[in-house]
Design a protein around this ligand. Sequence first.
Ligand code: CMP
Length: 153
Amino acid sequence: MERTFVMFKPDCIERGLLGRILSRFEDKGLRLVAMKMLRVTPEVAKQHYAEHVAKPFYPGLEEFITAAPVVACVFAGPEVIRVVRDMLGATSGLKAAPGTIRGDHSSSRQMNLVHASDSPESAAREIGIYFKPAELLDWDPTLACWFQAPGEA
Ligand code: CMP
């Protein structure tokens, strides 16, 4: 089953939106396999956002992502990388479609509430930054059989 890395960013925690947004992933039937609250350090921010470090917006991004605690998660499910990205909507909350998480709750390009991996390679890399292999719990929710038919997962 595919895995993706999801981070509820400082704006999400400070605005008290964690529960409501997490509920959307639970309602969708995504399987939570790891979760922790932490403070991103400047070193971890540079590792996580390695592809953006040289961009003009990076200093502001680092200041933002280190400004308050975050909640890091791993979700598992069929096509979960695409499914989560679709649920988030476009990067900018100003462009994200109504009904998506950012479309409903964000009006910012930087403060867009939730990060999610954009490919299997990014997911493996990002999960490795925030979690040890033993912290990923392989479990079968009792209700899984009511979210997908046999053979779909
Ligand atoms: P995220 O999905 O976490 O991936 C990179 C982050 O950089 C992105 O969400 C935004 O928070 C931020 N970002 C991307 N583009 C810009 C931009 N042009 N200006 C400011 N922040 C940006």
